[in-house]
Write a protein that binds this ligand. Structure first.
Ligand code: GAP
Length: 468
């Protein structure tokens, strides 16, 4: 199978079909900020729903949390972010732009003669200095009198500062986890690559508290679980890998971290694919609980009444980016093929998102063949029945072939077509997005049939077709 996706094609499809728009566009845009449209909201919502399902729907040792974005400034002192959450920054005296000193290979200078990445080596760069990535704001109506606060750069700290609250009500003992999904903010020096690296983004993080001597075993366990999650949702195995951090790369809190990386396509056909981080899975040791205990004066430990043992748990943290995962699912699902024009046998190209049905923004589209002769009325009736079970869309505008193509491009797994025969015998055709097979089904049986297909295990047809 050829990898036909490029970032240019994905960005264009996202805009054309209402997944993701550049933000503030009518004012000329604001670099690297994006707004999610209807299908983007549904797709990202499904990614989060699948994550919650894996964290709390299918197991009992994890509880949910939704902590505030603004937290006491001491949180960021204790966590080490105020002091250490920095990137090395350099200025280019030629083009007057700023770059991350450790990412110069990827940067290109607009004033330099060629536009190839890495050409900063010829440029006139200042010494690197450390730049804190946290956004500062002022709390209170009068700026001068207000207290400085920070927009959280990770959701994790909201979990650590609630450790005691959760322990008190949840009746859990280590090993147990606290999971959270929410926005985080980082003043990235070089955001970019569409929604891959932005200054405002969403994270899906879970802190799993374990007895210290079990930390390594749970680290391996979560590496496997999280890889399986991406694979079960349809990402190609050869586009995913685990990469362990070298000692120089580890965050200040971590004793071991491995990243799940995805092989993202380049901007266009000529650019190379690159392995980039989707999720980090870290052994955070007891660093955070100890630091918060020290800074707050609260005891943040676990007392095991059965053994009489008191200890500070270690933490294993799978930390994923919602936007990055959404982008990887989009890229991996993207396909182009030449098909017989439905009904006419003439070859034409189609673009299709072969998304896992659970992730697809719309599960089923109900389409009357013509918008007269009672077909729209019956189609509305069928759509209403399906809507009670799954995300359903009704569309009666334009030629049927164009309506199919539109649903293909947003990844709708099934199209239900109402035709003149439907009015006579109450049957409809169900068209499969991937195989393009059409079958005739009684309206009475349709809801159960589609519900069953939606919950069945799924394997990407891209994988099924692979010679490997
Ligand atoms: N609590 C640990 C933590 O925040 P991280 O590796 O810095 O670890 C976790 O972030 C995940 O959040 C990353 O793997 C990535 O998917 C996502 N992420 C981080 N910075 C991001 C950014 N600027 N834009 C989009 N996603 C980002």
């Amino acid at each position: 199978m050829n990898d036909v996706a490029t970032m240019e094609k994905i960005v264009a499809l996202c805009k054309r079909r209402g997944f993701v728009f550049p933000s503030s566009e009518i004012y000329g845009g604001m670099g690297s900020t994006y707004d999610f449209g209807h299908y983007g909201v549904l797709l990202k919502g499904n990614v989060k729903a699948q994550w919650w399902r894996a964290m709390i729907g299918e197991r009992e040792d994890i509880v949910a949390l939704d902590s505030a974005i603004l937290q006491h400034p001491r949180v960021w002192e204790a966590s080490g972010h105020l002091e250490g959450f920095t990137d090395p920054l350099v200025d280019c005296r030629t083009c007057k732009q700023r770059f991350r000193a450790d990412q110069l290979e990827e940067a290109s200078c607009p004033r330099a003669p060629s536009k190839h990445p890495g050409e900063h080596k010829d440029c006139d760069l200042t010494q690197a200095r450390q730049f804190n990535l946290m956004f500062e704001t002022t709390v209170g109506p009068v700026k001068e009198e207000g207290a400085t606060a920070y927009l959280r750069p990770e959701t994790a700290q909201g979990i650590f500062i609630n450790f005691k609250n959760v322990l008190a009500f949840a009746r859990k003992k280590p090993p147990f986890g606290i999971a959270q999904v929410g926005k985080s903010f980082r003043n990235e020096i070089t955001p970019g690559n569409f929604i891959f690296r932005t200054r405002e983004f969403e994270q899906m993080e879970m802190e799993f508290f374990v007895p210290p001597e079990e930390a390594e075993r749970w680290h391996s366990y979560w590496l496997e679980e999280r890889m399986r999650w991406y694979l079960d949702l349809g990402l190609r195995e050869d586009h995913l890998r685990l990469r362990a951090h070298g000692a120089e790369e580890l965050s200040h809190y971590s004793s071991a971290t491995s990243d799940i990386e995805y092989l993202f396509p380049g901007k266009d056909e000529r650019s190379e694919r690159r392995w980039m981080e989707l999720e980090g899975i870290a052994n955070r040791t007891d660093f955070d609980l100890r630091r918060h205990a020290e800074y707050s004066g609260e005891k943040l430990e676990y007392f095991d009444q059965a053994s009489g043992r008191r200890y500070v748990p270690y933490v294993i943290e799978p930390a994923a980016g919602t936007d990055r995962a959404t982008l990887a699912f989009l890229v991996d699902a993207y396909d182009e093929e030449v098909v017989e024009r439905e009904g006419q046998g003439k070859g034409e190209g189609r673009t299709v998102l072969r998304l896992h049905p659970q992730l697809a923004p719309v599960k089923v589209a109900v389409l009357p063949l013509v918008s007269r002769d009672g077909q729209p009325e019956l189609a509305h009736e069928v759509a209403a029945r399906l809507r009670a079970l799954m995300q359903t869309e009704y569309d009666e505008g334009g030629a049927i072939g164009r309506r199919y193509r539109r649903q293909d491009e947003i990844g709708t797994p099934w199209c239900v077509t109402i035709d003149h025969q439907s009015l006579e015998d109450r049957t409809v055709t169900v068209r499969d997005r991937d195989s393009l097979a059409q079958e005739r089904v009684a309206i009475e049986e349709l809801p159960a049939l589609l519900a069953e297909r939606l919950s069945a295990p799924w394997r990407s047809p891209k994988l099924a077709g692979d010679p490997a």
